[in-house]
Write a protein that binds this ligand. Structure first.
Ligand SMILES: C[S@@+](CC[C@H](N)C(=O)[O-])C[C@H]1O[C@@H](n2cnc3c(N)ncnc32)[C@H](O)[C@@H]1O
Length: 224
């Protein structure tokens, strides 16, 4: 199954209305990934594939009013929810773009408003984006040198956990039908392509074995 951005947009349109409710069990690990970034007041943060904006409140609480949150997604339906959160909270330090990860470009807005490049990047449940070399190259090219990266998403149980991994992985495969278009690529190691650009890099698997938080720093020399 190759990456299918049009299916991704259509799938997220279908689940947008109940997205925040149906993803609530991942709230803990998503907050743990944000905490792992060790954000400081005044930082610029890039929220990759921000969806409905679940991560905004925690990021903005950490970076404060002097910080800037850059966020994008290709789903207009989820961005509409994110915009409602921004308006309700009165946040005025969020730059939100509708764009594909392979093409999104924050540089004009950063230049115009004198915003520093992001020193921290959050990849929260964006399996498809992490399987796109074009997206990784485009996003890391806009980051500050040695930017910190935190990753969380669903991973399959290892084959070594046979035979229990069979029903568990079948369950994960089926329940992620609408969230991931290419479950055949790196579903056991979703971070694999991104990790090539990070050093040091560390993965901590969390209960119940299909959740994890991975952290790293962008290498000095980006791999081409
Ligand atoms: C499972 S949702 C996760 C949303 C959010 N990061 C979270 O933690 O709740 C995956 C998101 O990635 C977005 N997405 C997938 N592929 C994308 C791409 N190539 N460019 C931009 N957004 C993409 C989807 O629209 C969706 O909002």
């Amino acid at each position: 199954m190759p990456l299918d951005p049009e299916k991704s947009v259509a799938d997220h349109r279908a689940i947008a209305a109940r997205y925040d409710h149906s993803t609530r069990r991942t709230n803990g690990v998503r907050l743990a990934a944000i905490a792992a970034l060790g954000l400081q007041p005044g930082e610029t943060v890039l929220n990759v594939g921000c969806g409905s904006g679940f991560s905004f409140a925690a990021i903005l609480a950490a970076i404060g009013p002097r910080g800037v949150l850059l966020a994008f997604d290709h789903s207009e339906d989820l961005l509409a929810i994110a915009r409602r959160h921004i308006a309700a909270a009165g946040w005025n330090n969020v730059v939100l773009l509708q764009a594909r990860a392979e093409r999104v470009d924050f540089r004009p807005e950063m230049t115009r408003r004198g915003i520093a490049p992001p020193s921290a990047l959050l990849f929260s449940y964006v399996h498809d984006v992490m399987q796109s070399e074009g997206a990784i190259d485009n996003l890391l090219a806009q980051a500050a040198p040695r930017a910190r990266v935190a990753i969380t998403s669903t991973k399959l149980w290892p084959r070594a956990w046979w035979p229990l991994c069979l029903p568990v992985n079948a369950y994960l495969y089926q329940t992620h039908e609408r969230y991931i278009t290419n479950r055949d690529e790196n579903f056991d190691r979703p971070w694999a392509k991104l990790a090539r650009h990070l050093a040091p890099f560390d993965v901590r698997v969390r209960w119940p074995g299909w959740r994890y938080v991975a952290c790293g720093r962008v290498k000095d020399t980006l791999i081409k």
